[in-house]
Design a protein around this ligand. Structure first.
Ligand code: ZN
Length: 347
């Protein structure tokens, strides 16, 4: 039997997270996004590329090797650990995953199953005169340690709690997992959000917290509009507008995040997007169009926020409505908030 005294009960309640029935599931493995780099490896020489790694025996790679040479497309390539890199560099026999003088394009896949950092050796020592122009695409699957897991959970908890403090909606769960591409999605039935680790990897590398938040809010837009039964919840441009509204109406810091997020859309590859759209029937507008739409809405300023207030205030929490009436900020509509509060009280 165990006993909870009043003090410890109060303490527990104090530290209960705001999210009660929502859960954040973090996959034990993260997949990085594809990173492509070009290398010119001269004749008689080699190059060492450091690979993304958690220093774990579980670090696993898929590396695609392409050569831009017209005829001579052969290269020796191996994934190695630190110890075998040293052996290779001192001309001794070494162990690694890869191929001797293979003809590009080819792929190397697998894990050295050893701890510590990992490297890719690109060896053109056998060539007398031809330099190899290589394009190397690296994807890694790396284990998530408890520190990573807590950091990811904390980040999503903050996003979710911010949403919950402003809006009333049925709880949904968040799944952070590898998807095979940079993406995120909202389940139209459960309203759960899937946030791909590839997206987190890319946004962490480009240090784009704005896009990280805007993408979360885009998916939350699908989920919440769906849960509220609002038509257009599947519409990609409306989900973007929801995200834009949430960030713009949260003041200068939100506006800065939104502005930063534009870079993510502007840097996407339009040609591959357009072909994916035709092949897979993607419903999203092209990223450059999305960036343009978001920018236009940002430029509309208060009038854009006020238009959305008419849809959103009825779903605001009491606290959020009270804040509009007592401490209004950019785009807030005091009268609309007051009449929404009145309606609520008369029910
Ligand atoms: Zn969407």
């Amino acid at each position: 039997m165990f006993h909870i005294n009043k003090f410890s009960l109060a303490t527990i309640l104090l530290f209960l997270p705001l999210i009660s029935s929502a859960e954040i599931f973090v996959s034990p493995v993260v997949a990085t996004d594809k990173i492509t780099n070009n290398y010119v490896v001269g004749p008689g020489s080699f190059q060492i590329v450091q690979l993304p790694s958690k220093g774990s025996t579980q670090d696993t790679y898929l590396i695609n090797i392409n050569a831009g040479n017209a005829i001579y497309k052969d290269i020796t390539a191996y994934i190695v650990d630190q110890q075998n890199l040293s052996l290779y560099q001192t001309g001794q026999p070494f162990r690694g995953i890869g191929y001797q003088k293979a003809i590009a394009p080819f792929a190397i896949q697998g894990s050295t199953q050893t701890s510590g950092p990992k490297y890719l050796i690109l060896d053109n020592k056998f060539a007398a005169i031809i330099a190899k122009k290589l394009s190397i695409t690296v994807e890694a699957r790396l284990p998530v340690d408890s520190t990573d897991q807590q950091r990811i959970e904390k980040t999503f908890t903050q996003l979710y709690d911010n949403l919950k403090s402003k809006l009333i909606f049925p709880d949904f769960n968040i799944h952070v997992e590898p998807c095979g591409q940079v993406n995120a999605s909202s389940d139209s039935r459960t309203h759960d959000i899937k946030y791909c680790t590839e997206t987190i990897s890319q946004l962490a590398r480009t240090n784009n917290e704005g896009a990280f938040t805007a993408i979360f809010l885009h998916e939350a837009g699908h989920s919440l509009l769906g849960a509220w039964g609002i038509p257009g919840n599947n519409n990609e441009d409306i989900a973007d507008e929801f995200s834009t509204y949430m960030l713009m109406s949260s003041g200068p810091s939100g506006y800065a995040l939104l502005d930063r997020s534009l870079e993510f859309w502007q840097n996407r590859d339009v040609i591959s997007e357009a072909s994916a759209m035709i092949i897979n029937g993607d419903r999203h507008s092209l990223s450059i169009q999305r960036a343009r739409n978001i920018k236009e809405n940002m430029q509309s300023g208060e009038s854009f926020i006020k238009k959305w207030n008419h849809l959103m205030y009825q779903h605001y929490t009491d606290e959020a409505l009270n804040k509009v009436t007592t401490n209004p900020t950019y785009g807030d509509d005091i009268q609309l908030a007051q009449s929404t509060i009145k309606q609520r009280q008369s029910k």
